[in-house]
Design a protein around this ligand. Structure first.
Ligand code: ADP
Length: 361
């Protein structure tokens, strides 16, 4: 077992002969991040001292699937492994981010290219279950999208709300919506597309050439409710100003005690560890779903007209897109309700009530 698998990988498969500098990178939510400068270029390394490699394997799976589409820029994942002192690491391509978020129309085009290139033949789902925040996402492959979205997305969240809050009102009405939402999909051709799954402004950037970059896909994890993985979606902690529904700050103390790893206040220089597994050959997808579901976090993404126009040039807008938009927001509002409490309940309930009226259900 090597004491420093990160250094070892960089100096062997990473093809460097010298690591010239290791500097910390801020801005992350749960992991310690470092930039390794070498004579073979720079590497981006995240470590977590408490969580095993499954979380980073999930991140690598999602990144790799998106990377292979050769559409929107994502960092190429190189290596995932365990640290001998506990915890895990991921090594990936270092991307020099630019000053701005980049051209919105290019982002729209590139995202649509990702969706178009990542068409799945397996149906809707994923090769493994994963999480959205800390909430489990069941990804059992399903041939019918309406069934998948009704059961594994909305239905799962509704059940969770009933289980943890005893909220049978939202459960009952939500289930009525699930049973009656079919007509919202009339005349739509729904193909399973590779989705990022957690596309909000904190996960969207641009490189120094202005090319859009997306990071941190909703990824596979072994962890379940109240695990630290919920913090992966930084919107829960640090909502961008574009959020129309900022998370309740009063909910934060509820979750902070469940943050069992170091607060990353030290500046690491080297990390010790053991190589456990690589990312080579990983073919799973971030998730395969209806492309419109990618806009479920649009209330925190700041997409404007030029973004959507460019997107629809490549992935034409399907009939009834506007009718379904709130249905896709609903999943994320329900998830926020389940993670942060009642502040999100009324938004979710309003969407459900509006649909029940519209559908006369
Ligand atoms: P965490 O897993 O802790 O949420 P992030 O994935 O958000 O960490 O990464 C931490 C910071 O590093 C982010 O602010 C992001 O800007 C930056 N970052 C993420 N991926 C890369 C990369 N491949 N190259 C350079 N910087 C990156």
């Amino acid at each position: 077992m090597s004491d420093d698998p990160i250094r070892e990988w960089i100096l062997s498969e990473g093809k460097a002969t010298e690591i010239t500098r290791i500097s910390s990178v801020g801005g992350g939510c749960i992991n310690r991040a470092n930039r390794y400068d070498t004579d073979a270029g720079s590497f981006f390394v995240k470590t977590n001292r408490s969580i095993g490699p499954s979380m980073f394997e999930g991140e690598a799976l999602g990144l790799n699937a998106m990377y292979e589409t050769k559409s929107i820029r994502v960092p190429k994942p190189f290596k995932v492994g365990s640290l001998p002192t506990g915890g895990s690491y991921i090594i990936m391509e270092f991307i020099e981010f630019g000053a701005s978020r980049g051209d919105q129309s290019v982002l729209g085009t590139k995202l649509a290219e990702l969706h178009k290139a990542g068409k799945s033949e397996k149906g809707f789902g994923f090769d493994v279950d994963n999480t959205i925040g800390s909430t489990p996402q069941v990804n059992t492959w399903t041939s019918d999208w309406i069934q998948f979205y009704g059961e594994h997305r909305l239905g799962f969240q509704l059940q969770l709300a009933r289980d943890q809050y005893g909220d049978s009102s939202i459960y009952d009405k939500g289930q009525r919506l699930v049973k009656s939402m079919g007509p919202l999909f009339d005349d739509v051709i729904i193909e399973p597309c590779l989705l990022h799954g957690d596309l909000w402004s904190g996960n969207i950037s641009s490189d120094k050439n202005g090319e859009p970059v997306i990071v941190d896909p909703a990824c596979y994890s072994d962890f379940r409710l109240r695990s630290p993985v919920f913090l992966r979606s930084a919107s829960f902690l640090f909502p961008p100003t574009s959020c129309s529904l900022p998370p309740l700050s009063s909910s934060l103390p509820l979750f902070i005690p469940f943050f069992p790893f170091d607060a990353d206040t030290e500046r690491p220089t080297t990390v010790v560890g053991e190589v456990a597994s690589g990312t080579k050959g990983m073919q799973a997808r971030a998730s395969d779903g209806h492309n419109e579901a990618e806009f479920g976090m649009s209330w925190c993404a700041g997409f404007g007209g030029s973004f959507y126009n460019a997107y629809f040039e490549v992935m034409p807008k399907q009939p009834g897109f506007e009718k379904r938009r709130d249905l896709y927001l609903l999943y994320h509002y329900l998830n926020h309700y389940n993670l942060f409490g009642s502040g999100y309940c009324s938004s979710a309930m309003t969407i459900i009530d509006d649909y029940l009226r519209f559908l006369k259900a």
